[in-house]
Design a protein around this ligand. Structure first.
Ligand code: AMP
Ligand code: MG
Length: 338
């Protein structure tokens, strides 16, 4: 398959028109969103959705998030929506926030991977919203990477993983947020945080004081435990190198990695005294800067061709919890406490 490259810089209207037309024809199109790049397909077309799973190599039992642009689309795909969910939608949409709700049955079966619920989000990225609007469709769009590899936050990441496997790539801007959306299930009482993201636990508690945090956010699940968010049970976001998450202050981290001559350190701007190869992924005190670059840094580890990576662990404050959650999976829960 030859993947069409749609460059929005030369003609935004034409690029988004073509993307929408392809989606209406049942094709797979990678699009920018504010969180990560998504591999979009019509949420109403079972065949198109199957092609998304195939292109990504995604396990069949891992459901997709459906992206919408207005309330009418929400009502078409979800029913019996609790008031608290509507309040959250009012506050956090459009934005990096996903709600798991009871489904109507309008969306293709494969979207929900056999569950009777559906995950829905209204993105804030202008390009994503324009493409949804122009297509008139709700779009299922998992991250546009090969399943298991770091999520794509720049169009070149999508190209590296999916060129030749999907119908088109929309070359938009780099993603502002850099980690996937916050996922909350409203199908349990109290509602449950399934995946942390840019909408933080603190922001959620203002509307949902009794919010439960799923065990999988900070711990690995036992083999026989049920994954409330099926995606959380898979190895994810991982570089090919053996990666470790290292907790400690800057002095401790620098001293530790300096004895590992063959490895690379993925570190903060503040970690000045590192004498081995290093990749800086942001500022320790600015967790948003870490979120924005964490996946690109994990891809860079493999570009260096090193066998081992030591990643300085972020705080769990604010969006830091989301970065920490992704790094736990990228390192298969191998945490070193200094
Ligand atoms: P991705 O599309 O790669 O951002 O992953 C979507 C995440 O949302 C995965 O962790 C899924 O398991 C989760 N998800 C999607 N739909 C549902 C659902 N109906 N119930 C629970 N989790 C879901
Ligand atoms: Mg993903």
């Amino acid at each position: 398959m030859i993947t069409l490259k749609l460059d929005l810089k030369s003609d935004y209207e034409k690029g988004t028109d073509v993307a929408a037309k392809l989606l209406k024809e049942g094709k797979t199109v990678a699009i920018p969103t504010e969180t990560v790049y998504g591999l979009a397909a019509s949420a109403f077309d079972d065949e198109a959705i199957k092609n998304v799973f195939i292109a990504k190599g995604r396990p069949q039992d891992n459901p997709l998030i459906v992206h919408i642009c207005d309330e009418a689309m929400l009502k078409r795909i979800a029913k019996n929506i609790p008031d608290r969910a509507l309040e959250c939608a009012e506050k956090f949409w459009p934005g990096p926030f996903t709600m798991v709700l009871e489904k109507t049955g309008e969306t293709a079966k494969s979207v929900s991977a056999g569950l009777n619920t559906v995950a829905v989000r209204m993105p804030s990225n202008k390009t994503a919203l324009d493409i949804i609007r122009k297509s008139g469709l709700a779009l299922a769009a998992p991250s546009a990477n090969s399943s298991g590899s770091p999520s794509p936050t720049k169009p070149c990441h999508v190209e590296a993983d999916l060129d030749g496997k999907i119908d088109a790539i929309v070359f938009g801007e780099n993603c502002e947020v850099g980690v996937e959306s916050t996922v909350v299930s409203f199908c349990t009482n109290p509602p449950r945080l399934l995946r942390p993201g840019a909408v933080t636990e603190k922001q959620l508690r203002e509307l949902i004081p009794d919010l439960e945090v799923d065990k999988a956010v900070l711990a690995s699940l036992d083999k026989d435990e049920i994954a409330h968010s099926p995606g959380m049970k898979y190895k994810h976001y991982a570089p090919k190198a053996e990666a470790y998450l290292v907790e400690g202050d800057s002095g401790e981290f620098c001293e530790f990695v300096n004895s590992k001559k063959q490895a690379v350190a993925v570190c903060f701007e503040e970690d000045k005294n590192i004498s081995i190869n290093k990749i800086v992924y942001g500022n320790q005190k600015d967790e948003s800067s870490l979120a924005k670059e964490v996946f690109a840094a994990l891809r860079e580890v493999d570009e260096l061709g090193v066998k081992t990576a030591y990643i300085h662990a972020p705080s769990k404050n604010g969006i830091g919890l989301a970065v920490y959650n992704r790094l736990l999976r990228a390192t298969a829960f191998k945490v070193i406490k200094l």
